[in-house]
Design a binder for this molecule. Sequence first.
Ligand code: NAD
Length: 475
Amino acid sequence: MHPTRLDHWIGGEPVASHADATASLNPSEPQDVVAEVPVGTAAEVAAAVAKAAEAQRAWRAKPGPAKADALTAWAAALQSRAEELAGLIAREVGKPIAEAKGEVGRGVAILRYYAGEAVRDHGSVIPSQFPETLQFSLREPLGVVGLITPWNFPVAIPLWKAAPALAFGNAVVWKPSELSGAVASVLAETSGQAGLPAGLFNLVHGDGSTGAALAACEGVEALSFTGSARVGGLIAQACAARNAKHQTEMGGKNAGIVLEDANLTKAATLVAGGAFRYAGQKCTATSRVIVERPAMEAFLAELKRIAEALPLGPVCDPACAIGPLISDAARQRVLGALTGRDLLFGGPVPSPFEDGYFVAPTAVMVEDENDTLAQDELFGPVLAVIGADDAEHAIRLANATRYGLSASLFTQNIGNALRYIREIEVGLVRVNGDTTGVDPHAPFGGFKGSSSHTREQGPAARDFYTQVKTVQIGG
Ligand code: NAD
């Protein structure tokens, strides 16, 4: 069967593109072409931005309850296609089906949460230095907001950007990853199914060139990006050059720290889950584990036992935990990084999965904290294991990267936990927990090279998607 060629979604309807296309493949079975994804042109981006600007003028004037109703209706439309969308996520990006279902549920929760935000107070009263004067701040929308997103959370990430953008009165032009185009098209359709006013939420498919056109487009007042640090840097430059507001949420080199007094079975279970589920392809995945040396031998035995029991596929099996890497290039990158290394366990996977881009959960002992496996984001099921002399040394090692997204400490000692909470340089701090996973109503984002230092989700999203006016009214 010939794969579907995707349409953009502009002005509340599908719009055919005659641009060149790339193929989106099923990473479990790459001979299965999920869709042809057009590479949107700068003219197509500009057309979407014009539609969005027109829709935003009416939308910003709508009362908060009407905005809340629209987001609530979108949540219901998304819920009505949850099974279909979860199956498509599993097929197009190789996410195990249980996690794919969880992601769609999270998308519904995000839309409901921001429906509530649309009717909350959007400013505050500030005492004035002048008598009989009322002074207050007003939060106003920005206009048209551009969104550029990765493939790994193809529903949750676009929605945790689009929902607050819309709740606070903006319109959206979204450029999803070319590797998750089919999921993106269904998500856009659900906005139409919900009756969202035409032009408020637009989708332009494409690759990096389309993203670059969106970041450079003059009518785009702000841009929210999630993806790699390399591309985030380019987007920040493009936006700064035309003074457009921007946020970039990027990669991580997230550490689990296991102290001698930890519950080692619990630590190994959560480290294995954080490192290997979804083949380590989460920005918050645990990619280093720093272990106090006296606990090393017992911890590694538990880790190996638990990691090797995690089901690798097929992704449609509800028990599946790991799944394939997103592409052949990703698999080659991961295997290349393992070449010549002594593996504690894992590595290339033998049949029956040889056609897909699978790699077994893998751990490698790393002696030097500057080793590339301890420094660079590999985005695969590979865990660098590092020995530490004591708690202080472990925290220092955890901080010794340019990233600062997420970390977890495993200990029974409250003093060590309090010290770590104070000293660790990451935005998401866990104690006796997984480095992955986040509540959609809690702020999300990283320190150092992981983020432009803004936060997404929860009430924090309001700061990005609004601008403040300070008003004085004299008597
Ligand atoms: P990527 O940076 O390759 O691509 C992200 C998006 O940017 C895609 O839509 C892509 O088409 C687009 N793009 C590529 N080049 C561009 C350019 N020059 N100008 C504008 N847009 C461009 O990332 P990816 O491989 O899709 O996703 C994996 C990365 O995302 C990892 O680094 C991961 O850590 C990160 N990530 C971060 C978070 C977070 O919240 N911090 C969440 C998920 C993923």
